[in-house]
Design a protein around this ligand. Structure first.
Ligand SMILES: [Zn+2]
Length: 139
């Protein structure tokens, strides 16, 4: 969970940096489902903004993460659907959901940055994250 959160924050910050380079100066806000990990994730987020992640200091998040009840938040329910699509693709090999939304993940010059496949040892993986890094074009 900590590795995933660090990766997520870093990717989001890089996305915001690219927006900023194009003249869009908005900052980002991470909204998470309430969980038992709230204190840990809050502390990690503070550390990312001061000490940095393994990929650099997080600069463009407006605040520490907000934790909300998913039953009361449509945004969190939407995120649950995205997470389910990713889960089905990588845990069950079922691509039907991710195929519908895969083109929505952040990408630049054909390389998908908003989705990462952390499996090592499969240089022939055909998921959109791996394929885009090998070919630079999945869209
Ligand atoms: Zn892959």
């Amino acid at each position: 969970m900590e590795v995933a959160f660090e990766d997520l924050c870093s990717r989001f910050d890089r996305y915001l940096q690219r927006l900023r380079a194009g003249g869009d100066t908005q900052r980002g806000l991470v909204i998470l489902d309430k969980s038992a990990h709230e204190t840990t994730l809050q502390q990690m987020a503070v550390g990312f903004r001061t000490l940095g992640t393994r990929w650099g200091v997080i600069r463009l998040l407006a605040d520490t993460p907000l934790f909300v009840d998913s039953r009361a938040s449509r945004v969190i329910q939407l995120a649950d659907h995205v997470a389910y699509a990713v889960f089905r693709r990588y845990q069950a090999g079922d691509t039907q959901y991710l195929d519908r939304i895969g083109h929505k993940f952040d990408a630049e010059d054909g390389v998908v940055h908003g989705l990462a496949h952390k499996e090592l040892g499969n240089p022939h993986c055909t998921c959109i994250a791996c394929l885009s890094r090998r070919t630079g074009n999945v869209r």
